[in-house]
Design a protein around this ligand. Structure first.
Ligand SMILES: [Zn+2]
Length: 326
């Protein structure tokens, strides 16, 4: 099904496949009447590629019709087909300025990332359970030439406008997350910021000074930004295209409050170290989904500290957490 408003059309490409806890990977062909933009580019798998080609055909479009590519963020379920497309047609690729190092898998960036996680996981006492994460990063480093986008990426900044598309920074899920906001028709291409009835998280990341970003509070602010936008349709990175984003955001904010409370309760119950707190809340998932669980726990610990509800203290190089009672 395509979405039409005046001379604006969206051709959704919804690849239905179980992906973690999600049930689809989405990208969108967007025609504003003069330019055909691919917003996000799915996975780099033969199955996704086949589906992508088949969807183009069904819409009576081809790779040659694509004029440019916009990326909502750098994650690999949003960039998969970019090199494939570039091998057939040289089009310009746009992404947030912080996405560029990540999309090009620059050596210095990958080294910084590795060192950042050594430092952070050390301070939060979770190096032992994170061996797989480091193995994965080593593998990525060795494979960087194959993973990188084969083009220069044009940097986008908050407030930029391309045609009538407004660029709105929405960090939290990743530091480089963008909402592409098509103002005249109130269509919001919001990547993984808000999914209908499905989880999406603030993931641990770092800034230029290699400091931990306040991802949960960033995420909350980004949700409030989206909340303030009028939307006829939300075109998300996963799950269904939806309306009533204010209601979804309301639910999401309440869920965030509950998550914060769970962390505070775990600390009040006598768990003082990150991994203890993680096990108290997530049980075995600490082993099976270590990166996601640690992103949640470290993110919400820092969030609660920022809101004056917890305190932390460094002992022998590791953070210990205490409740703060009002
Ligand atoms: Zn995604």
């Amino acid at each position: 099904m395509q979405y039409q408003n005046g001379h604006h059309t969206v051709y959704p490409i919804i690849f239905q496949e179980q992906y973690g806890s999600l049930s689809s990977i989405n990208c969108f062909l967007y025609d504003n009447g003069s330019t055909l933009t691919l917003i996000d580019a799915g996975l780099d798998t033969p199955q996704f590629n086949e589906f992508f080609q088949q969807q183009l055909k069904q819409y009576k479009l081809s790779i040659q019709d694509i004029d440019q590519i916009f990326l909502t963020h750098h994650h690999d379920d949003h960039t998969g087909q970019v090199n494939q497309i570039l091998s057939q047609k040289q089009v310009q690729v746009y992404a947030h300025h912080l996405a560029i190092l990540r999309l090009l898998f620059e050596e210095q960036y990958l080294t910084n990332k590795y060192n950042f996680f050594v430092k952070i996981y050390g301070e939060y006492g979770c190096l032992d359970i994170s061996a797989d994460r480091f193995k994965k990063m080593e593998k990525t480093f060795l494979n960087r030439e194959n993973l990188k986008l084969n083009t220069e990426v044009i940097p986008l900044h908050h407030g930029d406008i391309i045609n009538e598309m407004y660029i709105i920074e929405a960090p939290g899920h990743s530091p480089d997350s963008i909402i592409f906001s098509e103002q005249p028709v109130r269509w919001q291409f919001s990547g993984d910021l808000l999914l209908e009835n499905a989880p999406t998280n603030a993931l641990i990341d770092f800034d230029e000074k290699l400091e931990l970003l306040p991802t949960v509070s960033q995420y909350r602010e980004s949700l409030l930004k989206l909340n303030a936008l009028e939307a006829e349709w939300i075109f998300p990175g996963h799950e269904k295209i939806f309306q009533n984003h204010n209601l979804e955001i309301d639910n999401k904010l309440k869920k965030m409050d509950r998550k914060e409370q769970r962390i505070i309760d775990a600390v009040r119950n006598g768990n003082n170290k990150t991994v203890e707190i993680a096990r108290a809340i997530y049980g075995k998932k600490v082993e099976t989904q270590t990166f996601f669980v640690l992103s949640e726990v470290i993110g919400y610990l820092e969030y609660a500290i920022g809101r004056g509800k917890l305190a932390k203290e460094m002992r022998d190089g590791e953070w210990f957490f205490q409740p703060v009672y009002p």
